[in-house]
Design a binder for this molecule. Sequence first.
Ligand SMILES: NC(=O)C1=CN([C@@H]2O[C@H](COP(=O)(O)OP(=O)(O)OC[C@H]3O[C@@H](n4cnc5c(N)ncnc54)[C@H](OP(=O)(O)O)[C@@H]3O)[C@@H](O)[C@H]2O)C=CC1
Ligand SMILES: O=C1O[C@H](COP(=O)(O)O)[C@@H](O)[C@H](O)[C@H]1O
Length: 517
Amino acid sequence: MTENQNLESLQTPGAVFFIFGATGDLARRKLFPAIYSLYREGKLAEDFAVIGVARRPRTHEEFRDDLYRSIQEFCRYKVKEDDLETWTKFAEHFSYKSLDIHNIDGYHELRDLTESVEDRFNIPGNRLFYLALAPELFGSVSFNLKKGGMLASEGWHRLVIEKPFGYDLSSAQKLNEELSQVFKEEEIFRIDHYLGKEMVQNIEVIRFGNSFFEPLWNNKHIANVQITLSETVGVEERGGYYDHAGALRDMGQNHMLQMLTMIAMEAPSRLYPEDIRDEKVKVLRSLRPYESEEDVKAHVVRGQYKSGESHGKEMLGYRQEDKVDPDSNTETYFAAKVFVDNFRWAGVPFYIRTGKRLPVKTTEVVVEFKQMPTNVYLGQKHNLEPNLLVIRVNPMEGIYIKINAKKPGSESKIEPFAMEFCQSCQVGINSPEAYERLIYDAANGDSTYFTRWDEVAAAWSFVDRIASAWAKNPSDIQMYPAGSWGPEQADELLALDGFHWWPVNGQEEDNVIWIKQ
Ligand SMILES: NC(=O)C1=CN([C@@H]2O[C@H](COP(=O)(O)OP(=O)(O)OC[C@H]3O[C@@H](n4cnc5c(N)ncnc54)[C@H](OP(=O)(O)O)[C@@H]3O)[C@@H](O)[C@H]2O)C=CC1
Ligand SMILES: O=C1O[C@H](COP(=O)(O)O)[C@@H](O)[C@H](O)[C@H]1O
């Protein structure tokens, strides 16, 4: 991948895409729809094939029926009556192999199938292995891919691997060692789907493409940064996985810290993937580690939802959810005050929070600027609200800035105005989904928005200290009602510093005058 390659104009190179875990939830809800969207937008070369792999028996036809249902349910492009010819052409590129990933003989049959589709679609030998499997299977599959003769002998091969990447630093190291016996680092694409989100990528452009932000982007002018990833859903069908992981591992180690790196990183001198990833890892290594259990207690709040009312419906508590231990102390919420100890950010708190069963689904970054050195309007009894830059990541996409201005027509009244650029209102459903972008990038060998091993390791080092402090006191967890904003202790984290969480998506402040496009 070269700098500034114009990805918009490129098609993926001809390749076979293997989806291990093709009968699973991720494949159905995200991966198949992403591949279809790429196809519909002409971003997938004609010389492609997809081979689904899982244990369940399926004929190729049955697999294509699953594919059809997945697209009709989850894809932003639906197959309409008059698209049937295009659909049939697309679906012909899909085949299925029933295989237990531990059974080496199966890989030999998979190789035969692969060679036959490569011949049929004239594919130049490139192979992309996407592991949509439980993480404990990642090492075995990669080893067996090599043993079973599945690595490409003519073109390239790449491994796309889902999160979570390990359970802690030591298991992540073990996994990485297993993978690196088969794949080189540049062949491993570790997914963090937040990095595929349009507005997370836009953080880079907002910061490095606008001269009026850069001079202010530091501890002289920024009072604090708030990152919220709130969800209204509970654990749904994933109780078995989630009860073992919790919010810190499920969202904190990856999505939240990755977003923090995008806000805090220095500008790379060039836009090569490694230059960007070098800057991100420096941020992760600058995170101030919590030194003791007391330190963790003072800076991190954990919570678990109990029953409550959300959007007019009675919700079960976490402990009553399917496949969750009824005495579970797993956190479904956490908030933390984090410091990035470098020249740019010294002394600026980053408050991060995520939780399930909160009142709104939103991902938002609020950058709160410091107050004016003195308020010259105090004599007129005007408080000045702090200026904010708010980046809305999802479901609404856009940015707004909050400034103080004179109320038009009034003598002296000053009011906060929010000026909004609502990207989702403009491009709406055409905004590509994260998985589309990431599959496309992986096929093009662009690793910019995938996490490199040293980033993963640095993130685990930071998170492990929290997890091990919590493990010593498992029942020290705050319960919050489903549908609330989580434990009050999370508000106190900010109140102690004289701040508060700014309202997020859909919960706009009453006194602000909105100027929307
Ligand atoms: N679902 C989601 O929204 C998200 C998922 N992820 C990650 O994606 C990965 C997959 O998750 P998800 O799709 O939800 O999981 P599912 O349990 O729904 O699917 C697992 C898949 O693995 C297959 N499988 C299991 N054991 C074997 C085996 N021994 N040999 C071959 N295939 C096997 C299953 O098929 P069969 O039973 O037919 O063998 C199934 O297709 C996980 O790492 C998860 O953490 C990450 C983010 C979001
Ligand atoms: O990775 C995960 O992300 C989802 C939230 O993703 P979003 O794109 O809908 O914001 C979360 O629900 C899930 O628990 C986690 O594994």
